[in-house]
Design a protein around this ligand. Structure first.
Ligand SMILES: Cc1ncc(COP(=O)(O)O)c(C=O)c1O
Length: 399
């Protein structure tokens, strides 16, 4: 056994001179470049070195023609899924995708008709409801319930009461962005039962499933039972886990052949093809060599979350931090500040000089909330906390 490598998350490379969306769009989104950007869900943490080593090695070959996703790449993902999520996936079940959101759109087109209803559980990552509306389907909003401690759960009664014959598809966010929940087996089983009873196909977006904090455990929806397997399309990938969104590669797993054929009909019309060589290489390296890195990353992320939690606990009259089980996205309940959404945004941009996502963009239940991405280096989390603390302090002092 080789020696365990210790990865360093204390600092990260400067992204200002790259085309990083998080930095480039500041002026457009926040009206100023003078904000520390903590919005879009990628990390201000270096992508792991073993990914670049594999890419550099491939670059030694001077031809970049069309390439197939090699079996070794799929096998790396299959082994990862087995090791980390106790699910057996066969190679023929996997399809290449450049984007989870694109896969979601293919599903909407493959498993519903114009005018049919698609379920989303709000507040949720905006492309969930945009994809439904842009494809001329009707949005069936099954709002999540908020519990006393600020955490969220499914509202099964609401879901059952809203489903009708036009309801064809459920877009599940598991783990959930932005509320940070890891759905328990019993919760998923109840969703499954409802979907089976009503002939509803499930698109399970599991892009955040590696970023789950102990003792929580991610349960792939398709792993619940054979019945679950037969109605599920799962989206998985390395984009969030290893900060590799720039390589634009994820996969879609569909165990049921009939479901896969239906999906493929739309997928082939669009011509997804096989993607980019460097994406295949990086995807494989991440899954093959990423176990230790991920373990250390999660410790680092959780310590950032703890620091943020301690800050919020110092200002209980202003911000309540939603308990988190997964993801690096903090869902800040700022309703106690008594500001309307415009003024709340202004507080974060002008007083704290931080660029967060407005809660309202995750649907109307996000009113009074803000989403803060804490996937940054140790140096940067201190800056972010200090900026937010001085803004809160001055608010407290000035009444
Ligand atoms: C739940 C969820 N799904 C999908 C995506 C985006 O995936 P992709 O870039 O592969 O379309 C994100 C990005 O934030 C996300 O949070």
């Amino acid at each position: 056994m080789g020696e365990k490598i210790i990865y360093d998350f204390s600092t990260s490379a400067c992204r200002k001179d790259t085309n990083a969306e998080k930095y480039t769009l500041r002026k457009e989104l926040f009206g100023t470049d003078d904000v520390n950007p903590v919005w879009v869900a990628d990390m201000d943490i270096n992508t792991p070195p073993f990914v670049f080593e594999a890419v550099k090695k491939r670059l030694e070959h001077p031809i970049m023609g069309y390439e197939e996703v090699p079996s070794s790449t799929w096998q790396a993902q299959i082994q990862w899924m087995k090791r980390h999520h106790k699910i057996e996936i066969k190679e023929e079940e996997l399809l290449y995708s450049h984007s989870v959101v694109a896969s979601m759109s293919v599903c909407i087109n493959a498993f519903s008709e114009v005018g049919d209803k698609v379920i989303v559980q709000t507040p949720v990552y905006p492309p969930f409801f945009h994809s439904v509306v842009h494809n001329d389907r009707k949005l069936l909003k099954n709002q999540l319930k908020q519990e006393e401690d600020g955490s969220y759960s499914f509202d099964f009664e609401d879901l059952k009461s809203k489903i009708d014959k036009e309801t064809k598809l459920l877009l599940l966010c598991s783990p959930h962005n932005p509320v940070g929940r890891v759905w328990r087996r019993e919760e998923l089983e109840e969703i499954l039962e409802i979907c089976l009873e009503n002939d509803i196909v499930v698109f399970s977006d599991e892009i955040h499933s590696d970023l789950v904090y102990a003792p929580n455990k991610h349960i792939p929806f398709a792993s619940l039972s054979d019945d679950a397997k037969n109605i599920t399309i799962t989206a998985i990938g390395v984009g969030k886990t290893f900060n590799m969104a720039g390589f634009a590669m994820s996969s879609v797993a569909i165990a049921n052949e009939a479901l896969r054929e239906k999906f493929l009909k739309v997928y082939n019309q669009i011509h997804f093809a096989q993607g980019a060589t460097l994406s295949h290489v990086s995807f494989e390296a991440a899954y093959r060599y990423g176990d230790d890195w991920l373990e250390q990353l999660k410790d680092h992320l959780y310590s950032n979350y703890t620091a943020l939690k301690e800050l919020c606990a110092r200002y209980p009259a202003y911000i309540k931090l939603t308990p988190i089980e997964a993801t690096y996205l903090a869902w800040l309940d700022c309703r106690a500040m008594g500001l309307n959404n415009k003024k709340l945004r202004k507080f974060f941009i002008e007083d704290a000089k931080l660029g967060l996502n407005a809660g309202l963009s995750f649907s109307k239940e996000g009113s009074g909330f803000m989403r803060l991405n804490f996937a940054v280096s140790s140096v940067k989390i201190l800056q972010i906390i200090s900026q937010l603390e001085s803004a809160l302090k001055s608010r407290e002092e000035n009444g």
